[in-house]
Design a protein. Structure first.
Length: 461
């Protein structure tokens, strides 16, 4: 019986243990289910927060995307506007070339207006960039106007358009002849100890202690040695050689020479317009002859078959005059030409020029714009300058060489077929001459740009 009771007791305890285990299992399951439900709720909350965050970021991104898109369009439009302007300028260059070559007559239109359309303007790699419309107003006149419009496709049927308007000019007979201190069409030779520098007479007198550095020299020539600087020659300014040349290869600078500026090449040939005889009605004076030791005064313009000063003679010019010498212009030893203060003199040379040593050309105004020597087409030999006094003036002989053999200072500018500057001579370029127009009576053979401006850009269809 006692065994049975112990067995029953054990069974009761086992049942209690099972119940306790079941209870603990139920608690664990409950905790597990609770944790699962909490995680589900947390995941749901995270999902909601994530959706809200993405929505917020999208709201922030949309304006940025619009801004990026607008900037992209703006950049694209700017690029195409630049391309359109470049095409417009290409159209202008085409029109100028056609005008100067005489092919403008093949364009559509009449003598008052001619036009051309380049329907497919190609880049160097064959891509079509756009089109160009060119109009030339008054193509047969002296001052035609070119309007060129470049058109580049933009959006749909819209194009970006840029228009350049250029006024051309062949000249009224007036030209800026002295953009350089020395210009030799076929070459320049600066001998030992010779020097070029600059000053501006409209600002101050020349200061030998502080000379300017715009004493530029230039030539249209492209051969080796077309600019030659001998030992100890000094050029305080730029040296420019002919169009499409290699100045570093053809300018010769001997040891000891000084060149302070740049070596450049012409961007286009420099024209040297011819000098026509004066158009004004000049009194015919025949031969002018002033005997040895004599003095004379000239106060009016005139045309002379020759102009000759004998030894030690002196002529004083007291007014604004034009002297046209069709034959020989000669000054013998110790003769003088004096320009009085307040006077202005232009001398046209049409024959020959002979100037012996120890002669004097004294410009008392000390203004280089007040004394000018011009060589006509018939003056095609050489101008050998042998005066021994300081000279204030300018010389332009496009068909004749200029040999400045004087050791005296030259204030002004020289331009000729070929220019040779003697040893120890100093040329002080007056920069005021660069803005001083000289009437030569001839127009240029080709058109040049007088003014350029862009018409209001537009986006059109």
């Amino acid at each position: 019986m006692e065994g049975d009771q112990n067995l029953a007791t054990k069974l009761v305890y086992r049942e209690k243990d099972k119940m306790n285990i079941n209870t603990e299992v139920s608690k664990v399951k409950g905790k597990i289910f609770n944790n699962i439900n909490k995680r589900k709720e947390e995941r749901g909350a995270v999902l909601v927060i994530g959706v809200l965050f993405l929505t917020f970021m999208l709201l922030l991104a949309i304006p940025f995307l619009f801004q990026v898109s607008n900037e992209r369009r703006s950049a694209e439009k700017s690029y195409k506007a630049f391309a359109a302007l470049s095409m417009a300028e290409a159209g202008v260059e085409r029109a100028i070339w056609e005008l100067n070559s005489g092919d403008i007559y093949s364009w559509s239109g009449t003598s008052s207006l001619r036009s051309m359309n380049i329907g497919s303007f190609l880049t160097s790699d064959g891509e079509t960039m756009g089109s160009i419309d060119i109009r030339v107003i008054d193509p047969e006149g002296d001052t035609p106007v070119v309007e060129s419009t470049g058109q580049v496709p933009y959006i749909g049927s819209l194009t970006v358009n840029r228009t350049a308007r250029v006024e051309l000019w062949r000249g009224d007979g007036s030209h800026y002849l002295f953009g350089y201190g020395i210009f030799g069409d076929e070459g320049i030779n600066i001998n030992s100890k010779a020097q070029t520098d600059s000053y501006n007479s409209t600002i101050a007198d020349y200061d030998p202690q502080n000379p300017g550095t715009n004493g530029d020299i230039g030539t249209n020539a492209t051969h080796l040695g077309c600019i030659f600087l001998a030992n100890n020659a000094r050029v305080y300014g730029n040296a420019t050689t002919g169009y499409e040349s290699m100045p570093e290869d053809i300018i010769i600078t001997q040891p000891g020479s000084v060149h302070s500026g740049d070596k450049l090449a012409m961007t286009k040939p420099q024209p040297l317009p011819s000098v026509a005889p004066p158009e004004e009605s000049l009194s015919f004076m025949g031969e002018y002859f002033l005997g040895p030791g004599l003095q004379d005064v000239i106060s009016e313009s005139g045309e002379f078959t020759s102009f000759r000063l004998e030894n030690s003679s002196k002529v004083t010019i007291t007014a604004d005059v034009t002297l046209y010498v069709t034959g020989d212009f000669s000054m013998n030893s110790f003769s003088q030409i004096e320009i009085a203060e307040g006077a202005s003199v232009t001398v046209y040379l049409g024959g020959t020029f002979t100037q012996h040593s120890n002669t004097q050309v004294n410009n008392l105004t000390m203004d280089p714009t007040k004394l000018l020597f011009l060589g006509t087409d018939s003056f095609n030999g050489s101008l050998d300058w042998n005066a021994t006094t300081t000279f204030y003036g300018s010389v332009y002989t496009p068909r004749a060489a200029v040999n400045y053999n004087s050791d005296a200072d030259f204030y002004g500018a020289i331009s000729g077929k070929y220019v040779d500057i003697n040893s120890a001579a100093e040329l002080h370029y007056d920069e005021a001459l660069g803005k001083h127009k000289v009437y030569t009576g001839t127009t240029l053979d080709t058109y040049i740009v007088k003014s350029w401006h862009e018409l209001v850009p537009a986006v059109g269809s």
